[in-house]
Design a protein. Structure first.
Length: 180
């Protein structure tokens, strides 16, 4: 089940827990983050390729393309047996920004997005069926866990995709990780 934990950014204990989807979406909307539930228009096999996955969510994707002028869409995934899983996890665990939206729709699996907005950290556990769109220049980090197992649709406003701009802030080290 999706959940949102809201922390004070200087006290990673005693978060406020939000578990109802509409309430999560409302809390995130207040900081400019889009959070939605999507459903496929057809059954997808576990081994569905990129074209099949995108086709199953085409109406939702087209709506976001029209609204935000995204230029490219792809599907990425990572499984627990990936040989570079530790290095890939470490890469995203540090606070960073992007000059583009970071849009992820979880076709399968889960991940933890942590958004640092004002004096709060919003830790969003995203699972199958969740879309999260983090606006450009928003400080955040992502944890795929020690045994990553997810498949996501990504959307970009530039064909090159995004580049992480690390803040140098060690805040992510003080907050719970996905396995916690």
């Amino acid at each position: 089940m999706s959940q949102l934990k809201i922390y004070s950014d200087n006290a990673p204990a005693n978060p406020r827990l939000v578990t109802e989807h509409t309430a999560i979406a409302r809390e995130l909307d207040a900081i400019g983050v889009l959070f939605e539930r999507w459903e496929a228009n057809r059954e997808l096999a576990d081994q569905a390729d990129q074209e099949e996955v995108i086709a199953a969510y085409r109406d939702y994707i087209d709506r976001l393309i029209a609204k935000y002028h995204f230029q490219s869409v792809d599907v990425i995934g990572l499984r627990p047996d990936h040989p570079d899983k530790e290095a890939l996890r470490a890469k995203f665990l540090n606070e960073h920004t992007h000059s583009d939206y970071e849009v992820r729709f979880f076709v399968d699996g889960k991940g933890l997005f942590c958004i640092h907005a004002g004096d709060r950290v919003y830790a969003v556990l995203c699972e199958k069926g969740n879309l999260i769109s983090v606006p450009a220049n928003t400080t955040h980090w992502f944890d795929m866990g020690p045994r990553p197992d997810f498949k996501c649709i990504r959307l970009f406003t530039s064909p090159e995709g995004w580049v992480a701009n690390f803040t140098g802030n060690d805040i992510a080290e003080r907050f719970p990780r996905l396995e916690a």
